[in-house]
Write a protein that binds this ligand. Structure first.
Ligand code: PLP
Length: 417
């Protein structure tokens, strides 16, 4: 595989397209795209995909042996490696396909009483808000949603905003470790500590966190922590997990009970029995967790810690250059940036509001179709701001953001004409 995988500048393009870094050889990304959206779905590197092929071969060679004998062993190996990386007891990890399912599983396990309040904020992921709306209709619980300051000067302002929404009826607080629309690392340790003192349960939505920032679940001290491993840890798609404090295991069962749900096992707690087998499915993404961790250990000296450091630095620099070309001020301190950054954009002009779009904003459609750049542009349904979010992974280069900045400057001018 060549080290540089992109094509030459296209005729009529306002700026020279750039090549990916030499690390691009580990991914099979489309050579014709400038791919600046690692965050939404992750991209699985080739060595991990090869590992997945091996697990799938094992499964199809003898499916009964795979599901009845090998599967739990592989889940245990993955759980042990993940618990070392994220610092929590392995027996508290339940695997699920993604953060969305993990959050729903937790929300439906709690004995809600009408009038209970769940505190979120207006930077939470829409699947959480949708699930809370459903829970409100079915169980009479109320979602309380204070606004987070944005732009924000310091993480103390975030703590203040969250605590302002607490009432005597608050039973659970859901808080992102890294916000999806605004790409900020929130001070979850301080937030959880303040809420624990008030006897309130906490669910940290760390969908983006593993492989993006250091995570220490025990130090955070939350009741529940969920994440998706296909984003920044780069497993194949369909690997997520929840950490649940042992005091919650008795009530925490899958949304659909499998054929093993009635069969207690003398040496295996029901929590593991339940979440290691959710029914017949492809569990190879979860079996690949050790392979993904191994991939990161070997890719650069210093392993994953060094990758996260480099990616963070690239996000800081990339944000700086985009802000200076677009005349924007950074919306949060560099210390709150993970390996992504959000740049506010002018509102979508009125005449585009009802235009059909594939990607949700006509600007994103033009970036993809006319300039071959994949980067998300959206307007938050919750706080109304329009923005663009860049991701930085080791296959990216600063030249790619320079190309984006130049294209954006012209496209935003074009929008105003
Ligand atoms: C904060 C947050 N929570 C949850 C999710 C959902 O992740 P998944 O689609 O892997 O379930 C995302 C996805 O981007 C997210 O950013």
């Amino acid at each position: 595989m060549p080290a540089t995988t992109q094509t030459a500048p296209q005729a009529g393009s306002p700026a020279a397209r750039s090549v990916r870094s030499p690390f691009g050889k580990y991914w099979a990304l489309d050579p014709d795209m400038t791919f600046l959206n690692h965050g939404s779905y992750g991209v699985c590197p080739l060595p991990v995909r090869e590992a997945q092929d091996r697990y799938r071969a094992l499964m199809e060679q003898e499916p009964v042996r795979w599901f009845m004998s090998l599967l739990e062993r592989h889940m245990d190996i993955s759980r042990a490696r993940l618990s070392e990386l994220l610092r929590c007891p392995p027996e508290c990890i339940g695997f699920l396909p993604n953060a969305t399912v993990a959050i729903s599983t937790i929300l439906h396990s709690i004995d809600w009483r009408p009038g209970d309040e769940i505190l979120v904020n207006d930077h939470e992921y829409m699947s959480v808000i949708n699930e809370l709306n459903r829970l409100g209709h079915r169980r009479g619980v109320r979602a309380v949603m204070p606004a987070l300051p944005f732009p924000v000067r310091s993480s103390d302002q975030i703590l203040g905003a969250i605590l302002s929404g607490v009432t005597p009826r608050t039973r659970l607080v859901i808080i992102s470790h890294i916000t999806s629309p605004t790409a900020m690392v929130l001070p979850v340790e301080q937030i959880v500590s303040a809420l624990r003192q008030r006897g309130i349960m906490t669910l940290v939505d760390g969908a983006h966190a593993p492989g993006c920032i250091p995570v220490d679940i025990q130090a955070i001290g939350c009741t529940y922590y969920v994440a998706t491993l296909h984003k920044w840890l780069c497993t194949p798609k369909g690997a997520g997990f929840m950490y649940a404090h042992p005091s919650t295991h008795g009530a925490l069962r899958p949304l659909a009970l499998s054929s093993r749900g009635h069969q207690p096992h003398p040496t295996r707690p029901l929590y593991l029995r339940d979440f290691d087998y959710l029914g017949t499915d492809d569990y190879s993404p979860i079996a690949c967790v050790p392979d993904a961790i191994e991939f990161w250990s070997n890719v650069v000296p210093g392993g994953l810690a060094e990758v996260m450091r480099r990616n963070h630095e690239m996000a800081v620099e990339a944000r700086g250059l985009l802000c200076s070309v677009l005349g924007q001020v950074p919306a949060c301190p560099d210390s709150m940036l993970p390996t992504m950054a959000t740049i506010p954009l002018p509102p979508l002009p009125e005449r585009y509001r009802n235009a059909p779009t594939v990607y949700g904003d006509p600007l994103q459609d033009r970036l993809v179709n006319e300039h071959r750049i994949q980067v998300p542009v959206w307007t938050s349904d919750l706080f109304g701001l329009r923005f663009l979010r860049i991701s930085s992974q080791i296959y990216n280069t600063l030249d790619e953001y320079r190309y984006l900045a130049e294209v954006l400057r012209r496209e935003l001018e074009r929008e105003q004409r």
